[in-house]
Design a protein around this ligand. Structure first.
Ligand SMILES: C[S@@+](CC[C@H](N)C(=O)[O-])C[C@H]1O[C@@H](n2cnc3c(N)ncnc32)[C@H](O)[C@@H]1O
Length: 216
């Protein structure tokens, strides 16, 4: 299985990961659900403990949630069972080699994860492959290099938490990456995510794209 050398961080943090959620993240998840809409089948790549999977499961026919880290998927499985959600399929799988046929998903969500992947282009090319031509990609991703101040805030947080981003995106460089993997960026916006001890917060690029061939 293709992987990064960083999975132990996620294994160690799986049981405490949800403590990081906050009102800005909740609003972000609502926005993702709104942009995905009431579709038949959605893929949540690098789902973590699956907060967006659980929210999308209320409106989609089926959600496939995958993560490289088994403990993250274990937490999500427990949360789904506890809330009686029965339309999520769970997969311990690398985003770089998806075990799905071509063009089966109406939407692919990669939330808060492209920057922690060593090879995000591999994940994006796989997302492109499994998306229907009418499908949509939502890739809200932290853009730590958006401003100098933001980068300093991120580096300060990272030094305390042990968190490592493989990529310090700007919203521009994130969009260029997504475009280069066979997508056309349809919507992009920089939003701020505030954590309790963090004021101002960290910048995230909210990017929505569709398969390039679908754009006339
Ligand atoms: C910052 S967490 C985000 C989790 C979730 N999307 C969220 O926003 O709550 C990043 C996740 O990416 C997963 N991950 C990192 N590299 C991956 C890869 N190559 N394939 C699948 N998952 C990966 C980690 O295990 C971790 O759960």
């Amino acid at each position: 299985m293709a992987s990064d050398d960083y999975t132990s961080f996620w294994a160690e943090n799986a049981r405490t990961f949800d403590k990081q959620s906050n009102p800005d993240i909740d609003a972000l998840i609502k926005r993702i659900c709104r942009d995905v809409g009431r579709v038949q089948r959605v893929l949540d790549v690098a789902a973590g403990t699956g907060n967006v999977s659980l929210a999308m499961a209320r409106q989609a026919g089926q959600v496939d949630a995958l993560d490289l880290e088994p403990e993250m998927i274990a937490v999500l499985r427990e949360k789904a069972a506890a809330s009686g959600v029965d339309n999520i399929s769970f997969h311990v799988q690398s985003a770089y080699e998806l075990d799905f046929p071509d063009r089966v998903f109406d939407a692919v969500v990669i939330l808060n994860s492209l920057h922690v992947m060593k090879t995000p282009e591999a994940a994006l090319c796989e997302a492109r492959r499994v998306l229907r031509s009418s499908g949509v990609l939502l890739a809200p991703t932290y853009c730590h290099a958006e401003t100098r101040d933001n980068l300093e805030r991120y580096l300060h947080c990272a030094s305390r938490s042990g968190h490592k981003s493989h990529h310090l995106f700007t919203c521009d460089s994130l969009c260029t990456l997504i475009d280069g993997c066979g997508f056309e960026v349809m919507k992009r916006e920089t939003v701020e995510i505030n954590y309790e001890e963090q004021s101002p917060g960290l910048m995230l690029g909210y990017v929505v794209a569709c398969p390039a061939s679908a754009v006339s």
